[in-house]
Write a protein that binds this ligand. Structure first.
Ligand code: G3P
Length: 214
């Protein structure tokens, strides 16, 4: 399973990238807004840090507007992927992007049928939001399991990005279910990294090493 970071904060992206574990980045309008900077320079800076798919989201509500945004953003860098909403207009734009060779990530997926429609329209990626389903007492991971099984049945090439990740256990579950990608907030990456027994073990080794005659 590939690991993406779900943020537009450049320092956080640089840090996780330096660990050698990062295959891509996802952003959304809320994450971009948090940075208080223009969209294009943020995306270009991210593209310079990570050599992998970088999702930039279109905010138009109509297919023509989305396509216009897609054509513009995809010129910024070869790795830019256009995030499109799971609506009828979003599907139309996905089909249009597919025809023009622009890669897409259909976002805000909350049902298996939405994932099937997005794949049929040619989506490169779909993003089921597991945390937001958990928030309303639906098991988000059941959606991932269904989509992965459905895509496997027919050899569908659309990749599943597990999004709205809220805990390290979501990442474990995503990997056990065979999802292609998990997009993980910086805070969760840090939680995945640390274990108290690792810290305790390092301290014990250092204490013993200090006793070795030098
Ligand atoms: O980028 C999309 C998704 O990961 C958002 O997560 O925590 O706002 O539900 P969240």
């Amino acid at each position: 399973m590939k690991l993406f970071v779900d943020t537009a904060k450049v320092e956080h992206i640089k840090e996780v990238a330096s660990w050698g574990v990062l295959s891509g980045v996802t952003t959304n309008p809320s994450l971009i807004a948090k940075e208080g900077r223009d969209f294009r320079p943020v995306i270009e800076e991210i593209c310079a840090i990570v050599d992998g798919p970088i999702s930039a989201e279109a905010v138009s509500l109509d297919a023509e507007g989305m396509l216009k945004e897609a054509r513009e953003y995809s010129k910024w860098h070869d790795n830019v992927i256009i995030k499109l909403p799971m609506t009828d207009e979003g599907l139309k734009a996905t089909a249009g992007c597919t025809e023009e060779g622009i890669k897409t990530n259909v976002t805000l997926i909350f049902s298996p049928m939405q994932a099937l429609l997005a794949a049929k329209a040619g989506a490169t990626y779909v993003s089921p939001f597991v945390g937001r389903l958990d928030d309303i007492s639906h098991v988000g991971m059941e959606l991932v399991q269904t989509i992965v099984a459905m895509y496997d049945n027919y050899g569908i090439e659309t990749e599943v990005i597990v999004a709205s990740v809220r805990s390290p256990l979501h990442v474990v579950d995503a990997a056990l279910l065979g999802a292609h990608i998990a997009t993980i907030p910086y805070k969760i990456f840090k939680q995945m990294l640390h274990h108290p027994l690792t810290d305790k073990g390092i301290q014990a080794f250092l204490d013993d090493w200090a006793k070795v005659p030098k």
